[in-house]
Design a protein around this ligand. Structure first.
Ligand code: PEP
Ligand code: MG
Length: 589
């Protein structure tokens, strides 16, 4: 029995065989010549066939939810791989020159690319990238190595990887993969957020899971304690099987809250909203009893080599607005940068990307990216109640600049007789210290404010949220964070503007009474958190929450604050706390 520790994205338990996914460097260390051409020919034929089958499988797998452009790329790869030249030319090179299969594929790739580059047709020239990607797949398969081809993860397995891009997690189907464990990442990294939104239990930032855990061995992902236990002994395994049964019973019980309001026993209503990453999640909202969207992150529309077209933006937004009408849908304009990189941004070259060209800064400068998004948003506004949210706002001037641009776009649409709503609310995220301290100025030019606690914690604590070595500092219960939230709510209140919280903190049932006591009246969270948060709201009189906040604001250390919140939770929801009979870690939320 071995244990790897990390930061869990949920307090659930997951059990399954480990599937170790190692990112292969295509063709690395491959032999150049072969003493056995017949054997190489066999390897080659088998590998090309396997690569074709993989691509067909991926295409089928993602057909229902991938973007048009992603499908197009996959189809192009299928067509390219169907070309007999992938077998004939390497075949000749193996027999005539004694090349290894890897070397023969590399040589063939170079020849095919040279051929395309000689063409005058820019479209054909661009296909070189596809040729390289197809070659990479064949080389990876020749190496007998598993690249991160997530289609290969068996049902019920726990995927163990060094790192995963949000665009890789997007392809996973909840219910298929039992859990994810990674070496890298912090609790609010986008890898973690994406796993949470797909309702896949994940443990990130273990530093060494890929070394500790072996492929095929049984693993328990214990979200409450943030542990991954490899090859548990029989009594440990029995314990976690019982825990899983208890969790299922709890989920069923929470289902009974679906149609009840999120109202405290003394009658104060807290608005609960959904954080969505993918448009397909809109179908799951009714199941969790939530009608409005507080944060739709649009970064995942930007995972391809080219930015989404206005039409692609429009289709996604219309689907959301239509699905939720007449309830409000808050769509955040694209927040690229840091771990939400996109191939279209050259963020690698920035020395300090988290402090660099991120969020609204990037949008204002890159009109060619931003205007199609704004046009699509306004066009979609005809289908429901749209609110636009700006990320990474540092000054009120940025909100004013976007409002002016939005006005220009609206006039253009009107002149072209394209329908759109007359008024669309424009909000600002409060996630940068300068915005927090001047939120009263920002509230004069914005229609609503939403606190992004993930970034607010990162920037107030000067601790990179993607870096597991400083994850211990990214604690939302640090007194500095709590004081700033209290200040933001107060200043916004004076301007008559409501404040929402849409960072991970807002979906943490232990912290929710404190946020209520600090005056927050709207919380946005990933769908699976909604029933847990609603249960605590219904159990806590507002007056108690207020007293809790007053007491906590007098405290100056994180640890006693955490103890206080745990005691408060146990006092108000003794059954839920006793059922788990465990200390619930804040990071686990
Ligand atoms: C936040 O920073 O809290 C937030 C909600 O935005 P993101 O996690 O996408 O940066
Ligand atoms: Mg943020």
């Amino acid at each position: 029995m071995r244990v790897a520790r990390g930061y869990a994205t949920t307090d659930q338990v997951a059990i399954g065989p480990a599937f170790l996914a190692v990112r292969a460097t295509a063709g690395d260390r491959c032999p150049v010549m072969t003493p056995d051409p017949e054997c190489e020919l066999g390897r080659l034929a088998e590998t090309v066939a396997r690569s074709r089958a993989q691509l067909d499988h991926i295409l089928l797998d993602v057909a229902g939810h991938a973007r048009q452009e992603q499908l197009q790329i996959l189809k192009t790869h299928c067509l390219l791989l169907a070309d007999r030249r992938w077998e004939e030319r390497p075949h000749a090179l193996i027999l005539d020159k004694g090349y290894s299969a890897e070397m023969a594929v590399r040589q063939t790739t170079l020849e095919l690319i040279a051929h395309l580059q000689a063409s005058d047709d820019p479209y054909l020239k661009e296909r070189s990238v596809d040729i390289e990607q197809v070659a990479e797949r064949i080389l990876r398969n020749l190496g007998g190595d598993h690249g991160l081809d997530l289609a290969q993860v068996p049902n019920g397995a726990i995927l163990v990887a060094h790192d995963l891009a949000p665009s890789e997690i997007i392809r996973m189907q909840p219910g298929k993969v039992a859990g994810i464990i990674t070496d890298l990442g912090g609790p609010t990294s986008h890898m973690a957020i994406m796993a949470r939104s797909l309702d896949i239990p994940a443990l990130v930032g273990t530093e060494n899971a890929t070394q500790t855990i072996q492929s095929g061995e049984l693993v328990v992902l214990d979200g409450r304690r943030g542990n991954a236990i490899a090859t548990p002994d029989p009594s440990t395994l029995r314990y976690f099987h019982r825990e899983q049964q208890r969790e299922h019973a709890e989920e069923r019980a929470l289902g009974s809250l679906r149609d009840l309001p999120a109202t405290t026993p003394d009658g104060v209503e807290i608005r609960l909203l959904a954080n969505l990453e993918l448009t397909r999640e809109v179908r799951r909202m009714a199941h969790y009893g939530v009608q409005a969207v507080g944060l739709y992150r649009t970064e995942y529309l930007f995972t391809d080599a080219t930015p989404p077209s206005e039409e692609e933006h429009y289709r996604a937004y219309r689907q959301l607005l239509h699905g939720c009408a007449p309830h409000p849908v808050t769509i955040r304009t694209v927040d690229l940068g840091t771990d939400k990189t996109a191939p279209i941004l050259d963020v690698e070259t920035e020395k300090n990307p988290a402090l660099g060209f991120r969020g609204v800064r990037c949008c204002i400068a890159h009109r060619e990216l931003f205007v199609p998004q704004l046009r699509a948003l306004l066009r979609a506004s005809a289908f429901g109640h749209l609110r636009i949210l700006l990320p990474m706002v540092s000054t009120a001037a940025e909100v004013v600049a976007v409002r002016e641009l939005l006005h220009v776009v609206a006039v253009e649409l009107s002149e072209a007789h394209i329908p759109h709503a007359e008024q669309v609310e424009l909000g600002a995220m409060i996630e940068v210290p300068s915005a927090a301290l001047t939120c009263d100025h920002i509230a004069r030019v914005a229609d609503f404010l939403s606190i992004g606690t993930n970034d607010l914690v990162q920037y107030l604590m000067a601790a990179d949220r993607t870096n597991e070595h400083v994850a211990y500092l990214t604690d939302p219960l640090h007194p500095a964070i709590l004081r700033v939230i209290r200040e933001v709510v107060r200043r916004a209140d004076r301007q008559g503007v409501e404040v929402e919280v849409c960072g991970e903190m807002g979906g943490n049932p232990l912290v929710v009474p404190l946020l209520m006591g600090l005056g927050v009246k709207a919380l946005s969270m990933s769908l699976a958190k909604v029933p847990h948060v609603k249960r605590i709201i219904r159990a806590v009189p507002y007056a108690d929450a207020h007293r809790l906040a007053v007491a906590v604001l007098r405290m100056d250390e994180t640890a006693p604050i955490r103890d206080r919140l745990e005691r408060f939770y146990q006092d108000h929801l003794p059954e839920a706390a006793a059922a788990s009979a465990l200390k619930i870690t804040l990071h686990a939320q």
